[in-house]
Design a protein around this ligand. Structure first.
Ligand code: GLC
Length: 421
């Protein structure tokens, strides 16, 4: 072998060895997250990897559908799957996952963070039996998006009640019959429940009675659901297509310019108001609280996602470093600016760069912090399944509203009878 060839071989071999040594020093953790149409977490993860050259983060995406994600994670956790390190958890799953022993308690670690700066509602949604099992990544509240150009053309203010929304839709659709009135998410999945709870609360209904016992079949709830059904089946205020819509389907129709109103989460602002996403309505969108039967009954469902560490993770230290990074002011700020997400740190609601990008954060702050949680119980997912099936059947006209509500009560009470509330 020629001398130069030998040198080349040695160089290649040494490089390979260095490569191996490097690989041994690098820990790869997985970040398990639902598909996010804003994709804003990717640049933050890249920044994290730059700051932590010894940690690599592999993003494992699941579908955006919260119900599907839930079932996927339950199957993986039940099999003690060690490949989950950091996981983004919907606010409604934390109690269930913590109770099952699938999440590491974070109480000792959070001392490193200014916990006073976090919004109390989302922190509550990370807590189970006085321990913290996650930290709030971003919060969500149901909002009403509307077309400012159309409302201005007809001299309407943003609607505060369902009656006002009905009047606006009926008037505008006389001239623009091809436009949909009001879009919601009513496929049989978790998003349906977030919409239905807003209809219930906005009629003074709830799922718990004054003594804290489960009871959904009340005259107020019947009125609320009947209104929703009339909107879809009778008055055409809501198009029937919503029975197969999730968040993204409804956002696309709205940002194509094919609807007057849309109920959705804050992320829509960043996408629909941005011409670069192909939106036809950028600059023509307003945001208001979801209407109520009366103005003082307006209500928003609390949503949002928390970050936790799997109990089966072999890399809890590295996982914590990633969660802590996401919770820092700068990263949460970037995530909010790029993804339009509601931060969970109070001080960010005064940050001028954030307010410039999402001016409505200031006006609707009260709506965000008063957003109401779905039923808080470790059995929430089963309750939600029961509600989804019966309510969707009522929306399709296969069950009367009363029958649907009574069936929900019977099935939920049977569930509590088996497992406790
Ligand atoms: C959003 C909310 C989440 C909710 C889901 C329903 O992702 O943040 O809490 O369960 O929508 O589709």
């Amino acid at each position: 072998m020629k001398f130069s060839g030998l040198i080349a071989l040695i160089v290649v071999y040494s490089l390979l060895l260095i490569g191996c040594a490097e690989d041994n020093d690098i820990t790869t953790i997985t970040f398990n997250v639902g598909r996010d149409p804003t994709a804003a977490h990717h640049s933050i993860i890249r920044n994290f990897e730059e700051k932590h050259p010894d940690i690599r983060v592999q993003v494992v995406e699941s579908p955006q559908d919260a119900s599907l994600q839930h079932d996927l994670y339950v199957t993986r956790f039940a099999g003690k799957d060690a490949s989950i390190d950091v996981i983004a958890i919907d606010v409604i799953w934390t109690a269930e996952f913590a109770r099952a022993g699938w999440l590491l308690p974070l109480n000792d670690l959070v001392e490193e963070l200014p916990m006073d700066d976090f919004l109390p509602g989302p922190i509550e949604a990370c807590t189970y039996q006085d321990s913290l099992y996650a930290l709030p990544w971003f919060t969500d509240a149901g909002l009403l998006y509307y077309r400012t150009d159309l409302l201005e053309e007809y001299g309407f203010d943003e609607p505060k009640t369902w009656d006002e929304l009905t009047e606006i839709v009926s008037t505008i659709r006389q001239d623009y019959p091809h436009l949909s009135g009001f879009l919601i998410q009513a496929e049989q999945y978790e998003g349906l429940i977030t919409n239905v709870m807003e209809f219930l609360w906005s009629h003074g209904a709830d799922v718990w009675d004054e003594t804290g016992r489960w009871r959904i079949a009340t005259p107020e709830a019947e009125e609320a659901l009947q209104l929703l059904i009339n909107f879809i089946q009778v008055e055409g205020i809501i198009p029937r297509g919503v029975l197969t819509y999730q968040e993204e389907e409804s956002r696309h129709v709205f940002q194509d310019g094919r609807a007057i109103f849309l109920r959705n989460w804050p992320y829509v602002w960043e996408l629909a108001n941005n011409p670069a996403t192909g939106s036809n309505v950028a600059g023509k969108i307003g945001i208001a609280p979801v209407p109520g039967k009366e103005p003082d009954k307006q209500a928003a469902t609390l949503g949002g996602w928390n970050l936790g560490i799997s109990s089966f993770s072999e890399h809890p230290e590295e996982s914590w470093k990633l969660i802590r990074f996401f919770m820092e002011y700068e990263q949460m700020k970037q995530f909010s600016i790029e993804g339009g997400r509601l931060p969970t740190r109070i001080s960010l609601y005064e940050d001028p760069d954030i307010l410039e990008r999402s001016p409505y954060f200031k006006d609707l702050y009260e709506v965000f912090i008063n957003a109401r949680p779905r039923p808080v119980t470790p059995h929430y997912s089963q309750i939600s399944d029961i509600m989804q099936v019966n309510i969707h059947r009522a929306l399709l006209g296969r069950l009367s509203v009363r029958e649907a509500l009574e069936r929900i009560d019977a099935e939920v009470l049977a569930l509590f009878g088996r497992y406790g509330q």
